[in-house]
Design a protein around this ligand. Structure first.
Ligand SMILES: NC(=O)c1ccc[n+]([C@@H]2O[C@H](COP(=O)([O-])OP(=O)(O)OC[C@H]3O[C@@H](n4cnc5c(N)ncnc54)[C@H](O)[C@@H]3O)[C@@H](O)[C@H]2O)c1
Length: 413
């Protein structure tokens, strides 16, 4: 470039007489979240025409990377659907669980893209599976030729309400949870809650933990819905086998996705470090990786939320009665209040330090105010963490009675 010529929109200034250029560009981001039950039922055309930015036509080729467990359950119906609609699908099953969410899985997907000879302008990769599979494929696609489009079809509840609707991808590195990753939205995510019919109740609970997170920091209405219908909706695996359960499952999923997208959209690249969706994610990354494979992601998140609820109770921001309601809902959703990793105070201190590093030198810890609201704090001390751990242990061991018998006090109402 010849000095003095501006090829891009920008500024040229003289700094101490030396040439100086600044290039600024804004990149538009647009992605779609499309709901459609029974995606691979013969008459369903959502994958063909449901997303304006990723149409699928008879005669097209697609690389489909699918969680091998999902392939065993739904691979037959999926292949039949592609055949019936004239799509030439190359299906690559991949083992995808937290223990293998590592670089090796990424290079397998890269190999598959190489073998397929993907045309990155016209052939988005399809990722079918839980949060691990969609994170791995999204990460590989975002690296491949500096960015290849991909489409997500989440098959777990975490995938439907969280991993499938944001813009983050990633894999673990050594003990670092999602230590390698990118911001790379899928062109579209197709949500089909009928996949949840085969999901274990433990993994249903795992997803309900992220829904509970949105309720605790953003919506008392969603919390009340979980309180009244959460247990039944869980037992029904959100399949809506009665009209009432169907309405409740729809409302719970739609409301939590809506709240999540509302929080993500203004801060897609996380330049603002005070993010309320980080609630439950201050201590949990360290707890989860330390306890791996014992704790699932949502279980670690809920233990973090139980601990920070105790912390907020001690600060007077959450009333005792509200805390008991929260703990009752956690139990009703089949989630743990406690794990013995909390017995190691140094681990919690380390987790907080790691989070401070991640949040540019400050704690920026989202803490609940009552139920459904939050604020950020920077002054949590190790001693306070010990007290909160003690209080939580008393709740978990049943030394403090549950909500039912008490007159509710309102804090933050
Ligand atoms: N990218 C993000 O923004 C984001 C957000 C939240 C979580 N995550 C990531 O998501 C991961 C957790 O995802 P997950 O909870 O979906 O776990 P997962 O992907 O490990 O799936 C859980 C298990 O269920 C199996 N499975 C998947 N679908 C099934 C189905 N329909 N029926 C039966 N079995 C099925 C899988 O094979 C796996 O064994 C974590 O690694 C977490 O970091 C990412």
């Amino acid at each position: 470039m010849r000095s003095g010529t501006v090829f891009t929109q920008g500024l040229r200034q003289a700094v101490g007489g030396s040439p100086f250029w600044t290039v600024e560009a804004v990149r538009q981001v647009r992605y779609h979240v499309v709901s459609s039950n029974g995606l691979f039922e013969p008459g369903n055309t959502a994958l063909l025409t449901g997303c304006p930015d990723a149409p699928l036509h008879p005669g097209d080729r697609r690389l489909v990377v699918i969680d091998q467990n999902v392939d065993a359950l739904y691979g037959g119906a999926m292949r039949a659907w592609f055949t019936a609609h004239g799509i030439d699908a190359t299906v690559v099953p991949l083992r995808a669980d937290e223990a293998v969410k590592q670089w090796d899985a990424v290079s397998r997907v890269v190999d598959a893209m190489n073998d397929f000879g993907i045309d990155r302008r016209r052939e988005p990769v399809l990722a079918v599976g839980g949060g691990v599979l969609t994170d791995v494929v999204g990460f590989a696609a975002s690296l491949y030729r500096r960015g290849t489009p991909y489409i997500r079809i989440p098959t777990t509840l975490i995938g439907l309400v969280d991993a499938g609707v944001g813009v983050k991808t990633g894999v673990n590195y050594e003990r670092g949870k999602n230590r390698l990753g990118t911001y790379a939205p899928a062109t579209a995510t197709f949500l089909d809650r009928s996949f949840l019919r085969s999901l274990s109740l433990r993994h249903i609970s795992n997803g309900l933990a992220e829904i509970l997170k949105m309720a605790l920091i953003r919506s008392e209405d969603l919390f009340v819905l979980l309180e009244s219908r959460g247990g039944a909706v869980r037992a029904d695996r959100l399949q809506g086998t009665t009209e009432d359960l169907s309405r409740a499952a729809d409302a719970i999923i739609a409301e939590s996705i809506h709240l999540m997208l509302e929080e993500l959209q203004p801060n897609l690249w996380e330049s603002a470090l005070e993010r309320c969706v980080d609630y439950g994610h201050t201590f949990s990354p360290t707890l989860e990786m330390h306890a791996l494979p014992e704790l699932l992601h949502g279980e670690a998140v809920v233990i973090d939320m139980a601990l920070t609820t105790a912390l907020a109770t001690l600060r007077g921001d959450v009333a005792e009665a509200q805390a008991r309601r929260i703990y009752d809902v956690i139990r009703a959703l089949g989630l743990p209040l406690w794990n013995d990793v909390l017995d190691d105070p140094a681990l919690l201190d380390d987790a907080l330090l790691d989070t401070v590093r991640h949040r540019d030198g400050q704690q920026r810890l989202p803490l609940p105010i009552g139920i459904g609201r939050h604020h950020f704090v920077n002054d949590v001390t190790p001693a306070e963490l010990r007290d909160a751990t003690r209080l939580l242990r008393d709740h978990a061991q049943g030394h403090i009675p549950s909500a039912g018998s008490l007159v509710p006090e309102q804090v933050g109402a």
